[in-house]
Design a binder for this molecule. Sequence first.
Ligand code: SAM
Ligand code: DTB
Ligand code: SF4
Length: 401
Amino acid sequence: MWSKLSNPLLGRRATSTPAVALLAIRRAYSAAAVDSTVHGVFQRAINATALRTDWTRAEISAIYNTPLIDLTHAAGTLHRRFHNPGAIQMCTLMNIKTGGCSEDCSYCAQSSRYQTGLKATKLSNVESVLAAARVARDNGSTRFCMGAAWRDMRGRKSSLRNIKAMVEGVHALGLESCVTLGMLDEAQAKELKDAGLTAYNHNVDTSREHYPKVITTRSYDERLQTISNVRDAGIKVCTGGILGLGEKPEDHVGLLYTVATMPSHPESFPVNTLVPIEGTPLFKATRIPFDAVLRTIATARLVMPTAIIRIAAGRVDMSEEKQVLCFLAGANAVFTGEKMLTTACSGWEEDLAMFNRWGLFPMKAHVEPVLRKAEESSFQVNTSLLADAPTGSFQETSATV
Ligand code: SAM
Ligand code: DTB
Ligand code: SF4
């Protein structure tokens, strides 16, 4: 026998199964929410045809906390207004200077403060970098990102000269170029711009509040200053975060708030999940649940409709189906290749096979998001191809309010 549930939201005819009653309560609450700001914020985000940089934390929190099924669908819908939903950019990483870094980022294999077993190297030579870029291009990647385990570029004049030659060479191959070299001042940013650099990656990593628990050797504001120098030099900004650093959901909101309220949205938002590195303080951190990753990606899509959202570190451990959920929610780039910086990466062949199965394809280089016309961003389903829906499968019950 089903028990009778008594709840004022169910009205007088409240006799029902527990499951149906709970559903009715949820519906009633969401009906009540129709007139509230949460709904208004969400609707405004979905209907965006222009960018906003004046998000409040409360607005982003409201979006982030929307039921995940609605959030994912809404993000996917908005995604189609600005992007071709089939196009996924393949980006290849190369570690051009490994390990020996003075910083204490508590997730990183390359910090000299932790015993991670990594051997430090000098800066790679230009030829070897361009050979790797050519391989990446020939396999379908359209962006080549070069990383160096440095705190900053101070006193690295000859290294900067070599990196500029790498950037020019990558550009000559028809690829977008990206570098991540630590902190950068205005003059260094200008030099890289003059060499033709497409983008600079410098992550804020997490919320302002959680940041000091992860890194103590450089501040959140120093990170923002580098990003500002990059933006002012006319280089595209790639900045995102890592999920799974022991943070709370409100820190995901905080991370999104930081990037979505920058003077202009980052062109690229990488979403890393912590790859636990033995020897680092965060090795034993609790793994981030997938729903939090999806929520973060979907919210990022809704608050920054034109950004390229990259599924970055941690993707090797994600099933194909989870990755596709991320693509449906608005992610549109991946790192593909032989390696990330020090950890494993999904390869070109497996990514292209996945793309094939789902009707996805590699994005071209230098694609700019545009506001697409309604008829381009929606698609018509050929109903003659659909089987008849089984009758009664989604029947309403008498317990609805
Ligand atoms: N040294 C430069 C810097 O910190 O700006 C560039 C390289 S750094 C490795 C680039 C980014 O990779 C970090 O900001 C972090 O977001 C991400 N990352 C590093 N180690 C990671 C790990 N174990 N798991 C997930 N993401 C990681
Ligand atoms: C980003 O946000 N993630 C990439 C890229 N930008 C430079 C780096 C991920 C590094 C993963 C850990 C490793 O391989 O050491
Ligand atoms: Fe150094 Fe960058 Fe690793 Fe931090 S994340 S320890 S700055 S290489």
